[in-house]
Write a protein that binds this ligand. Structure first.
Ligand code: XIL
Length: 393
């Protein structure tokens, strides 16, 4: 049965023409991937797959049924709690197509580390409760990221030793807290964490509050604290442009070697995969191969594909949509065929409708699998084909 199509039809019948804005899309710095400075525009033409719209297709397979590994997407506690028509539609698609979830922002430090030795896990707990009820695993994201630092910590007046004690306390308390959540079979729901996100800036260590306060080896301590708090949870290093920036990739591989030589725990690499329709090209399979060759788990952790990074179109064109379809197919294909099954941690999309994307920028970017009416774009067809092992080249 075509679940998406049924949901879409229901949506149209019940709320013809209704379109509300993203309810809780947080505003924040945009990082990851080449820069994108885009003028506002509009794309929602109200079309549907029946009209022969060249940008859409009638999906016949749900993503999680095609792949042999988990397929994820992002959630927020507020969207999961909402019973608005659009959020019920979102949850219908989430439950049909996905079996892994990542909190887009709710499990980041800025949201959970509310003051000295003080934590608020309520949003993450709500996400975990939804996962338990609906059979999802939760990928924890992200313990340490320079773009998600609470204000009080940024201006923390204590000594460097006191700063480090705060970070140690936060990491251990957070990992230990979410380790307690178990499904009905007694298995953990939060199976993994992005422990450190974007430690590198190119091939160098990024200068951040953490490196300044704790030294450039802070990442090693954080991985060790996470392991002390939970002996079983999978520990990931996560970064962008691992495909596309050879220098950064080699720095990450060097870090993994160093960790393994020195007994620092690490289980996997998250390749964010914020791509463009025409970038990277030949480096994409090379990068997946290189990361796979570490022997660690490989997670495509934040997949989206921009089609307008040069800000040269005001409406999605058939040419760009076709290129995007191929790029999604390439990611699905190379991940499926290059990464050994035992290392395939999963593939996670970073959003549902184009308008929900962190890259949406007023309407002249279309980076995701569903249009603004939750109809499946041909990009979805590309990903399905790739996951089915159909070679895009
Ligand atoms: C983004 C969210 O999607 C935005 O809502 C937020 O304003 C900023 O963070 N790399 C990451 C993600 O690791 O956490 C980022 O998510 C996107 C880039």
């Amino acid at each position: 049965m075509n679940v998406l199509r049924t949901l879409t039809v229901l949506f149209f019948i019940m709320f013809l023409g209704c379109s509300s804005s993203g309810d809780d899309a947080p505003q924040g710095p945009i990082v990851g991937g080449p820069s994108d400075d885009i003028d506002p525009g509009s794309t929602d033409d109200g079309s549907n797959p029946d009209s022969g719209d060249p940008f859409l297709y009638n999906a016949t397979q749900d993503l999680k049924d095609v792949a042999d590994f988990p397929i994820g997407n992002i959630v927020s506690a507020s969207k999961l709690a909402s019973t608005s028509t659009e959020n019920e539609t979102f949850k219908g698609i989430l439950n049909a197509e996905y079996n892994s979830i990542t909190a887009e922002n709710d499990m980041k430090m800025a949201n959970m580390f509310t003051g000295q030795d003080t934590y608020d896990f309520s949003d993450g707990d709500a996400i975990v409760a939804y996962a338990k009820e609906n059979g999802f695993r939760v990928h924890g994201h992200a313990l340490i990221w320079h773009q998600s630092i609470p204000n009080w910590l940024n201006s923390f007046a204590g000594t460097d030793e006191e700063f480090e004690a705060q970070i140690e306390g936060y990491v251990k308390a957070t990992v230990a807290h979410f380790a307690e959540a178990k499904d009905t079979g007694g298995n953990p729901i939060v199976t993994s964490w992005d422990v450190v996100n974007e430690y590198f800036d190119g091939s160098s260590v990024r200068s951040t509050l953490f490196s300044q306060r704790m030294g450039n080896d802070y990442h090693k301590k954080v991985f060790q604290w996470a392991r002390e708090a939970d002996p079983d949870v999978k520990l990931f290093y996560n970064d962008y442009n691992i495909a596309g920036e050879v220098g950064k990739r080699n720095a990450i591989i060097g870090m993994v070697n160093d960790f393994q030589t020195n007994g620092i725990p690490i289980d996997g690499i998250g390749m964010q995969m914020h791509l463009n329709h025409d970038w990277p090209t030949s480096d994409l399979p090379t990068a997946i191969q290189d990361i796979s060759d570490t022997g660690l788990l490989v997670h495509v952790s934040e997949l989206d594909v921009k089609v307008n990074y040069g800000d040269d179109i005001t409406e999605l064109t058939e040419e760009r949509a076709a290129a995007q379809e191929v790029q999604f197919q390439r990611v699905g294909y190379y991940y499926t065929t290059i990464v050994p099954a035992a290392q395939q941690y999963g593939l996670t999309l970073w959003g549902f409708r184009d308008r929900d994307s962190w890259l949406y920028d007023g309407g002249s970017e279309w980076p995701l699998l569903y249009d603004n009416d939750f109809d499946t774009k041909i990009a979805h067809r590309g990903l399905v084909a790739g996951l089915n092992g159909e070679n895009p080249e």
